[in-house]
Design a protein around this ligand. Sequence first.
Ligand SMILES: [Zn+2]
Length: 235
Amino acid sequence: MMYKTDALLLKGTDLGESDRLATLLTADRGKISASFKGVRKAGARLSAAAQPFCFAEYVLAEKGGRYTVTQAALHDGFYALRTDLTRFYAACAVTEVCDRLAYEGLPCGPLLVAAAEALGALEGDTGEHAKGVLVRFLLAALAFAGYPVRAAECAVCGEKIAGRRYFDFGRGAFTCTSCAEGVPASESTYLSLRAALRGEAGSADGDLRALRLLKAYFAACTEAELPALGEFLKL
Ligand SMILES: [Zn+2]
């Protein structure tokens, strides 16, 4: 059976002398494993499409639940993302989040779109806005996974938030000084998340703090850590 699909290559492991086993994120079948035969030989036809971050239309041969890539037409290789550490780790954080949230058989259209948009935004940037791109991507990914974040009125009493604020991991939302449920959160964190939810840019400091909060929230919701995001935050 042939299966043709747009997919983002999340990661790959070298197998045997010249093969590679890759994890692909597809819209309709979710995360699948596919092998590239002979792709590490010099001049191999599919080598460009077998790299992490590649977004391509792949043609796969399916046999007994196993996939082998037979053709690929690149939409974008996102090569610039390998040229500096900031954008490289930011891109790794994007593919890592997809890898944690996607499953085989779970349709992942919105996650695939958000990931391709984030990689495109990172490629078109010098790395300066990478934090903001990651904040917006994480919010989209968490919403896709059923853990949306809200940054509006207090999640308990509904009053406008002024003064000290708290982030409640159980609700994925902020609470006010009087209700004080959750962990203390800075005003810049709140403002950056609020801006990102509207698709706007936040402050550099706020985006950094928002990413730390989202990393902890992601771990609380999914019980999965994000080491590449951790490396990015250390830069
Ligand atoms: Zn309140």
